[in-house]
Design a protein around this ligand. Structure first.
Ligand SMILES: Nc1ncnc2c1ncn2[C@@H]1O[C@H](COP(=O)(O)OP(=O)(O)O)[C@@H](O)[C@H]1O
Ligand SMILES: [Mg+2]
Length: 297
């Protein structure tokens, strides 16, 4: 009768140069007729595995630290935004009253108009900041992502920025059911479309493609533009709060931060799939809601 007993354990061995090496040892003892006749040991060097685990942990720590930093920055910004909202409204009303009272040929009409315009811009920033940091959890309604996209285009379709742009929609004929906040997702698509349009100097094409992977339970939304692309240097920062490469007056750097916040609250992900000087493709992944087998055609 031959028998075999296996043990696996982690231990440290010392090599010929005195270096301590973490290993996983699998030892087997072979018995014959109840007597130990042979032993065999296999040592597996764990250094590479430990190093990879360490790197992964470090990357996770940095990511967490970063998202905590963004969350507190968002809260701080929202606090400030809230405080300056009322005085801004005051400035706007007073400046409008002054403008009304001015003579037609008054030399300061232009300046007052500038005050009104800049104040409106500040109010827009405040509004975006408040939207960014809004702590409300997304609503949980059931809707088809394709409808949210169609509705977004019907809202912004005739925006001047899209006039000379070809819009190509390839929406999946399947039901892309999503449980979440339709308004927030429409805000996502609006931001993505405006960014795409701004990236191409108002001429070119934007295509938006939807699909699903039923076994994986995922909805995919790809937004491709023929814009200027994102440089390697900018790429790691585009989702950061206040990161913008646009001229003053055009960008606030809040768009993609808001987009990422909303997508993540919906249990999804967003990334740049491809970018080159010929254009950019963003990929958004959202969980596909499964009602029952027959509600998903
Ligand atoms: N489709 C795109 N093509 C090229 N660059 C983009 C695109 N979308 C975003 N970006 C880059 O990411 C930056 C941040 O975008 P966003 O957060 O929306 O802020 P903003 O649009 O106010 O600048 C932009 O300034 C731009 O440099
Ligand atoms: Mg933007």
């Amino acid at each position: 009768m031959v028998g075999l007993v296996n043990y696996t354990t982690e231990m440290t061995v010392i090599n010929s140069s005195g270096e301590e090496i973490p290993v996983e040892m699998t030892a087997s003892i072979i018995y014959q007729d109840g007597r130990e006749v042979a032993t065999m040991g296999i040592y597996n060097d764990l250094r590479a595995k430990i190093e990879t685990e360490k790197k992964l942990k470090e990357a996770e720590r940095i990511k967490l630290e970063q998202s905590n930093k963004m969350a507190s920055l968002g809260q701080l910004a929202a606090g400030v935004a809230h405080e300056i909202n009322n005085p801004l409204s005051g400035i706007l009303i007073d400046a409008s009253l002054v403008l009304e009272d001015l003579e037609e040929d008054s030399p300061i009409r232009g300046e007052i108009r500038d005050i009104i315009e800049d104040t409106n811009r500040c109010k827009e920033i405040v509004k975006n900041l408040l939207a960014y940091s809004r702590q409300t959890e997304p609503k949980k309604e059931l809707f088809n992502i394709n409808d949210a996209i169609e509705q977004t285009f019907s809202f912004i379709g005739d925006h001047a920025i899209l006039h000379d742009i070809i819009i190509d929609k390839e929406l999946s004929p399947s039901m892309l059911m999503c449980k979440g906040d339709k308004n927030q997702l429409m805000q996502v698509f609006t931001n993505m479309i405006i960014n795409a349009a701004q990236a191409m100097d108002l001429k070119g094409s934007i295509s938006i493609r939807t699909s699903r992977d039923k076994p994986e339970g995922k909805i995919y939304i790809e937004i491709t533009d023929t814009g200027c692309g994102i440089s390697e240097e900018d790429l790691p920062h585009i989702f950061d709060l206040f990161f913008t490469t646009k001229d003053e007056g055009k960008g606030t750097g809040l768009g993609l931060g808001t987009v990422q916040g909303i997508i993540e609250k919906h249990g999804g992900k967003i990334k740049v799939k491809e970018t080159s000087p010929e254009g950019t493709t963003f990929l958004i992944e959202l969980p596909l809601f499964k009602v029952t087998e027959d509600t998903l055609i």
